[in-house]
Design a binder for this molecule. Structure first.
Ligand SMILES: NC(=O)c1ccc[n+]([C@@H]2O[C@H](COP(=O)([O-])OP(=O)(O)OC[C@H]3O[C@@H](n4cnc5c(N)ncnc54)[C@H](O)[C@@H]3O)[C@@H](O)[C@H]2O)c1
Length: 340
């Protein structure tokens, strides 16, 4: 049985990745400093899977503590998800983002080299593409990062490519996520924003539960079928399964750093998402249409043919599933992971 270290394991994506890894037969070691999460998420992973997760509080800014994890566990491969992800915050406090998104990765690469762990899956973002010059967006699309968060992701990708070129045994898979939403169908784990949600789905569920009065629609005058932005929403469990495929692929590929989009390859408008949410959950979401948000692009969706072909990954869940599962998580956990 292989042991996978998941950094940021208590986060939205990390907790779902832990579930899928256990269900695919891996042993999981998860670390997190809980700056944007809680250990409860990992306890819920144990409830879902019925297996023990080896998890510990580790801040990856502390290289000695990270080294100790590699020393204490026989790690076969790593999925690196730990980091800060709020675009707006990264504009206001860019140095914090450069420090906290790049230093942990440097520490991780050093530890991996020292402990001869050569397989890594890294969480990047479609934000590195900037305004699309074509859709669907292939991995070869030019890079245009519009904010410090996006630049940390692109810098991290470049760091990894340089590392791989200099340290030949490394096999690195870089995953560029589009818009992960939804929750585990059990309703036990999901997205748990500490503050005002930055993304549409957690905002929508917080309106549905009565925590916020209205969902803002930022612009209905885009050149799209109903005037609202088009995005590539992908179910979080499909995205998490993509990481398992990534880990498996690192066993098969020759030494290299490879990049894959994870989305569904289909575009959905904000209004279509909203209508689906209302239909499948038999609820009504009050909305307020306002001006476009600076930096938003009209249409963005992925070309996922490379992931389908090379990783043998295929997302199976529909927008209906994403809306149903996100609402189930919110309904069962109106205040997130608080102790009742
Ligand atoms: N959610 C998205 O829409 C999305 C899209 C593209 C890329 N990503 C990237 O995927 C990764 C995971 O995203 P998420 O949505 O699960 O975010 P999240 O905030 O829920 O999870 C990140 C986790 O990392 C932990 N963490 C942060 N700094 C740490 C450190 N120094 N040491 C240890 N743990 C630390 C946080 O406590 C949190 O649990 C992030 O790197 C994010 O940038 C997310």
């Amino acid at each position: 049985m292989e042991t996978i270290l998941v950094t940021g394991g208590a986060g939205f994506i990390g907790s779902h990745v832990c579930v899928e890894l256990v269900e695919a037969g891996f042993r999981v070691v998860a670390i997190d400093n809980f700056v944007n999460s809680t250990p409860q998420a990992l306890k819920r992973v144990e409830t879902i899977t019925g297996e023990r997760i080896h998890w510990m509080e580790v801040d990856m800014m502390d290289e000695t503590a990270l080294d100790q994890v590699f020393h204490n566990h026989s790690i076969d491969a790593v999925i690196h998800l730990a980091g800060l992800k709020a675009v707006g915050e990264s504009v206001v406090d860019p140095l914090r983002y450069y420090l906290h998104n790049l230093t942990p990765l440097l520490h991780l690469c050093e530890c991996m080299q020292k402990h001869h762990v050569h397989r890594l899956v890294f969480s990047s973002s479609a934000t590195v593409y900037g305004p699309p010059q074509q859709v669907p967006i292939p991995e070869t699309h030019p890079i245009h990062t519009a904010n410090p968060y996006g630049r940390t992701k692109h810098m991290a990708e470049q760091m990894l490519e340089d590392f791989q070129r200099a340290y030949f045994p490394m096999k690195i898979i870089i995953l560029r996520y589009f818009n992960p939403i939804g929750a585990h169908p059990s309703g036990l784990i999901g997205e748990n924003p500490a503050d005002v949600p930055m993304n549409i789905m957690p905002y929508m569920t917080e309106v549905a539960i009565g925590k916020r009065p209205v969902l803002h629609i930022f612009g209905d005058d885009y050149p799209t079928r109903d005037g609202t932005c088009i995005r590539d929403f992908v179910h979080i469990t499909d995205l998490a399964k993509g990481h398992v495929k990534g880990i498996e692929a690192t066993n098969q590929i020759k030494s290299s750093a490879r990049i894959y989009n994870l989305g569904t390859g289909k575009g959905t408008t904000v209004k279509e998402l909203l209508r689906t949410f209302e239909q499948v959950n038999e609820t009504k979401i009050p909305t307020w249409t306002t001006v476009r948000r600076p930096g938003d692009v009209a249409v963005s969706y992925a070309d996922i043919s490379k992931a389908i072909e090379e990783l043998d990954w295929n997302p199976t869940k529909e927008i209906e599933d994403m809306c149903r599962d996100a609402w189930k998580w919110q309904r069962l956990n109106p205040a997130g992971y608080v102790k009742k």
